[in-house]
Ligand binder design. Structure first.
Ligand SMILES: [Zn+2]
Length: 186
C-alpha cells in the first residue's frame, strides 16, 4: 500500500479517519452546521438548505451517544421520508404536466419547444426516480441498522455529511477518491 503523506498542518497527527474527527467535533459542537469538511460553499440544492427548508433541524447529539443510535436512525428516517414525499408530490406534478402539454396541438415552432420541454421533463422524471430508488435503499439500510457507514471502507460517514446528503453511501474520503478516479476514466 502506498503511504499517504500527512498534510503539512499539524491537525491530523493521528492519521485516523475523518469520521472520528467528525464525531469528536460533534461532541464538542465545533462543527459549523451543514457545512461539509471540504471547501465547497453550501450551494448545491441537495445540501442542508433542503433539509432546513423541510423544517428539519440538524441533529444535536447527547453526550456519549453512540453513532447511529436509535434516535439518530429516527432522525434520518424522518429526513428520508420527508424528502421522498416531496419528490413523490413533485413527480405527480410532472406526470400531470406531461399529460397536459400532450393535449395541446401547437404550431411548428411551438411543437419544437414542446418536444424540448417534454424531453427535459422526462429527464427530470428519470433523475427523480433514480433518486427515489436511492432514498428507498437508504431507508432499507436504516431498517437493517446498517445506515451511515461507508460502503467502501466501513468507516462512519458522519452525521453532518448525511444530513447534507442523506443517501450518501461513501465517506468523504472514499467519495473524493471515487471522483478523482471517475475524472481519470472520463
Ligand atoms: Zn470510506
Amino acid at each position: 500500500m502506498p503511504s499517504k503523506t500527512p498534510p503539512s498542518g499539524a491537525e491530523s497527527r493521528t492519521g485516523r479517519k475523518n469520521a472520528d474527527q467528525i464525531t469528536e467535533d460533534i461532541k464538542t459542537s465545533k462543527i459549523d452546521t451543514m457545512t461539509e469538511t471540504t471547501t465547497k460553499p453550501k450551494k448545491s440544492p441537495a445540501t442542508g438548505q433542503t433539509l432546513l427548508s423541510y423544517g428539519v433541524q440538524p441533529y444535536v447529539s447527547i453526550d456519549g451517544e453512540n453513532y447511529m443510535s436509535e434516535a439518530q436512525l429516527v432522525h434520518f428516517r424522518n429526513i428520508l421520508n420527508i424528502w421522498k414525499n416531496a419528490l413523490l408530490q413533485g413527480g405527480d406534478e410532472t406526470i400531470h404536466d406531461l399529460k397536459e402539454s400532450a393535449e395541446i396541438p401547437a404550431d411548428i415552432s411551438d411543437q419544437a419547444t414542446q418536444e424540448e420541454t417534454f424531453a427535459l421533463k422526462l429527464r427530470t422524471r428519470d433523475r427523480e426516480s433514480k433518486l427515489l430508488k436511492k432514498i428507498e435503499e437508504s431507508i432499507e439500510l436504516i431498517d437493517n441498522k446498517e445506515y451511515g457507514f461507508c460502503n467502501e471502507c466501513g468507516e462512519e460517514i458522519g452525521i453532518r455529511r448525511l444530513e447534507a446528503r442523506p443517501t450518501a453511501t461513501l465517506c468523504i474520503d472514499c467519495k473524493t477518491l471515487d471522483e478523482v478516479r471517475e475524472r481519470q476514466r472520463g
